[in-house]
Design a protein around this ligand. Sequence first.
Ligand code: BJ8
Length: 435
Amino acid sequence: MEREAYFEIKPYPHIWKELGINLERFEKMRCVLGEIYEKQFLSQKNRPKGMEYFDWIISEIHGGRIVEILEAKKEGRPVVGTFCIFIPEEVIVGLGGLCIGLCGGSPGTIPDAEKILPRNICPMVKSAFGFKVAQVCPYFQSVDFVYGETTCDAKKKTWEILNDYVPTYVMEIPQTKRYHNRALWLEEVKLFVEKMENLTGKKLTKEALLEGIKIVNAKRRALQRLNYYRSFNPPPISGKDCLLIEQISFYDDPVRFTQKVEELCEELEERVKRGEGVADPQAVRIMIAGTPMALPNWKIHNIVEGLGAVIVNEESCIGTRYFKDLIPEEDGTLEELLERLVDRYMKIDCACFTPNDERISQVLKEYEDSRAEGIIYYSLSFCHTYNIEAIKIQRACEARGIPYLFIETDYSPEDIGQIQTRIEAMLETIRERRA
Ligand code: BJ8
């Protein structure tokens, strides 16, 4: 008997054609994504009802949201593509713009990138770049321009080449946190505001920036609340679903997204009161620390939760590093608001900073808060900063007797078996310690 169709990522061929998408390639990718999504997400047991919204968002990932973006463009609102949580979203939102995360999490476009970029660089950069050169990403095709940054070498040199395909501007991100680095960052933020004003023809007023701060703060607060419920045992929601929500936070409408996460949190609160969860109360609780996992990179979560454990935290930019800090919302001059914004962004503990000791304390704090029983340190291949910083986290874990596992991988499925064996061994060690 023929199997019914998989979860459908809705087709919008007329829009894709308008955007210059490579339709034949894209059609295949769309079907594969639907199939993977059904297998990895819809098969989960006892998912919260509030996940229906996020399923819907995925079904409209290449359609409904793109229509909204194109409508916003018609209204003269700027659509800015970004690759890093350092790009000040509050400014973009304050100017009425849309901030769209373009990081790539799919192996499908890496061969396209490798025709131009070296093979031995980060898969996230190659995947994203490949989406643009192969013209198979409606988001990349919709943005007015891209704002890159100078966090790592792979990114900053790729922007020079990406500029041949889409207008690409670059913000300089400090690499240390001394007094003059903060001053440099403040200047960069002001230049960013100026550039955005020139590109949009709008002036950033203090009222507009405050509004942007409030909208983005509310989004970050909702994500903090979502993460909080994961600290209960049994957790009321899976790690995979939380990662998905964190990924969606980078391209959904921020106000609607916040409302839907808050609604989901109401449901999770009730679940916690009833002691209802998505995993066995005996399930091993794992925390992830490391490089961001961009959509649709669900590799590690799928392996860990497929082995009966549960992921209770992501210390990552697609995770707590994105939402742990807020900007005070009191009234002030534009200059004061920008200063506060800069202070908030200087707390980002990306491994591109040196020294970066605050990240170690943050990882340990999140380990405690999430009531995890072990840490998987995840580094994308060729990400030197996170890769090298792993040893510091490993030593901090060893000193405290925290079970720790380092995994360096890319997007290919080839090492799944090997990773699975290593994670299984880690879970077994944790179970033995409990006994
Ligand atoms: S603030 S983590 S989003 S830079 S994984 S592309 S660092 S080689 S993603 Fe990042 Fe901003 Fe830092 Fe966060 Fe380079 Fe490493 Fe690849 Fe990376």
